[in-house]
Ligand binder design. Structure first.
Ligand code: RB5
Length: 150
């Protein structure tokens, strides 16, 4: 599975930790930046990862800003993106089981690196449960289609 990762300055330190973890776990990663601690605008980097997931170029994405809120708002504007802000383990697990989340968002100023790594491990390895949740995801697609026509 190919994983895209992006951050703003507030998520840079955590992004570098998570990149190391993902490589250790054997995943192919695409790093969309930012690469420096200089202040940048989170929509610019959120857009790159979200676009890649939305178009199917990469299967999953991870986005990190200070709280995770800005990146979540950006990512969920993109069709077929189901981004979930998970700063603890239970949400990370449920976002895969019930929501088939394809972008994980983390708050670099909220979670410590050890917890963040556990969240990533859980999120990457938990499958979608399917069944009754498929219809709910279809309903999200219908909403996207309806909004596109406006
Ligand atoms: C940057 O200071 C901060 O606003 C950003 O990282 C993020 O938390 C926005 O939601």
């Amino acid at each position: 599975m190919k994983i895209g990762i992006g951050c703003d300055h507030a998520g840079l330190e955590l992004k570098n930790e998570i990149l190391l973890l993902l490589k250790d776990l054997g995943f192919e990663c695409v790093d969309f930046g930012t690469d420096s601690p200089q202040a940048v605008d989170y929509p610019d980097f959120g857009e790159k990862v979200s676009e890649a997931v939305s178009s199917g170029r990469i299967e999953r994405g991870i986005l990190i800003c200070g709280t995770g809120i800005g990146m979540s708002i950006v990512a969920n504007k993109f069709p077929h993106v189901r981004a979930s802000l998970c700063n603890e383990l239970f949400t990370a697990k449920m976002s895969r089981l019930h929501n088939d989340a394809n972008i994980l968002v983390l708050g670099g100023r909220i979670v410590g690196k050890d917890l963040a790594k556990e969240i990533v491990r859980t999120w990457i390895s938990t499958p979608f449960e399917g069944e009754r949740h498929c219809l709910r995801l279809k309903k999200i697609n219908f909403i996207e289609d309806r909004l596109k026509k406006k």
